[in-house]
Design a protein around this ligand. Sequence first.
Ligand code: HEM
Length: 551
Amino acid sequence: MTRGQRRERTDTSQTPSPRLGHVPLEFTSRMRVSVYSTSVHSTSCLGAYTAAARDARRLRHRRLATTVCRNKREISSKLNLDLDLGQVLGTVKRNEGLYDNLPPGKVGLFGLRETFAYLNDPNKFIRTRVEKYGPVFKTAFFFKPAVVFGSPEAIREFKDFEGDLPADAALPETFRELHTEYGALRMSGERHKATRANFGKVLGRSALTHYTPILAKLTRDFVKGELLEKRTLQPGYDCRQFCLKALFQLFLGTVPPQDIMEKMYFYNEGLLALGKLSPEFTEGKKALEDLQEFCLKHFRTVRAQGKLDDPEYFFLKQYSQATDENGDLFTDERVAVTTILMIWGAFIEAAASMGHTTWLLMRNPDKAKKVRAECRSSFSREELDSGKLTLDDVYTKLTFTECAIKEALRVMPQTAGGLRVNPETRTLAGFTVPSGYVLTADPRIAFLNPDFFPDPEDYRPERFLPAENPAITPDNFFPGGMGQHKCPGISLSNLMVSIYLLYLYSCFDKWEPDMSAEEMDSEDPQYIQVPIVIIDDRYQLKLERNWQYEM
Ligand code: HEM
């Protein structure tokens, strides 16, 4: 899976999104029809190869004919020649002449061009290819040939055999090493099953019931303390820092010193470093060792002091009793690493979701009005001040708010789907998928299907009210992936965002881009794109306090 978040990147770019508030509409109705009504492009393999060779010949002629011309257009046709040659050579190298009916799209020779285009702007990458090739296409993810899909037919078929597919080999090398042998994303079979059984104890309903008042107090202090004082919010930076602290508190029972917390950013950066020789990878590895040392020492101290039954150590208590596939207790080292992996898995995802929902509500004032009204009518001032909220109350009272969060996850997808390796040549949605290809059910494709999400580019939380759209199912709305490695933490993330909105609306009426801030040069945010789409740190909102509604 492509997860984590770089600490800082200067090459942020505008995410060309579907219509989000006033951002221009990019999906046309033509595309909606063509993309989802035809799933099989029946080009035979030989035909595909011949067509590629013909294209190359045609381009070579064009190149010869234009050697005297020096304008931009001709230079770009030369670049196209290289691109198509790469595709032809790649087809030969991978022996794809043997296969019939490969999905449309390009892999190239080593997958460089596709990989870098993806890293530059994943959501745009997916949208443009869906528009061009349909909801099943081939490309390269992290230099590996991949088939990416999101049509209902492909999803249905994929679910039948996904359980047998290995995930480990599909992950980038740096990720595999830093995710460690204890990382669930690398596991399969019995070992993975045992690991997931433990997730249920720390991310299931009874765990969320336990976490709710803790989260409420942490969020109250963040909003009523920090945000109320400065009256501004950097949805990227502030939410990320808050989530990091909150998740350390929730899972480790303490917030480490700032320099240890910061290691999480280095670790994160190392996971998706471009190679093991890169400085990011070395730093990431060192950061993991430091984090591990801190968590291990803390866990052993809490246990030695007999405090594991204290409420703040709920997570550690569960893991102190966790067993592996052989029934053996987790080692202390594994408990420490698991804690780090869980905090890492959660904090940027939850922060991205907070930021996107905050921004989308600002851009859609009619939806914001409904969320605000719901938040303000659901809990008394005493309940908010004391932080004594219950999970049941949050679930039953903040239903529209939850829809607003889910719709933000759909309109502004923050992650790709999980990556699996296809071990044998097979057919998927009528296409041939050669062995060795990465297979990925991509939520971003399914989220754009107008059969399930009419006017998919619109931010419309109502569509998640069950009575409004019974057609939404886990087969078309799967922000946390699907199958064996499906995210076990989406409910925790949604809970964190609900509580955050509850407190935000209890203090503030609305917000707007803070154009007085030094680094703001546009009313719209830029985004860090990979591996999780999140609003860039520099973007800042001015919060407008509501004086009538005193919390
Ligand atoms: C909106 C927020 C989140 C999104 C969009 C998200 C997305 C994902 C995705 C796409 C996967 C990979 C699924 C696959 O390989 O098929 C995943 C796995 C995972 N996520 Fe999340 N996630 C979110 C929040 C969280 C939170 C809060 C946690 C809490 C600890 C968490 C923990 C995990 C874990 C442990 C896995 C690995 C599961 C396995 O390998 O069996 N995630 N997530």
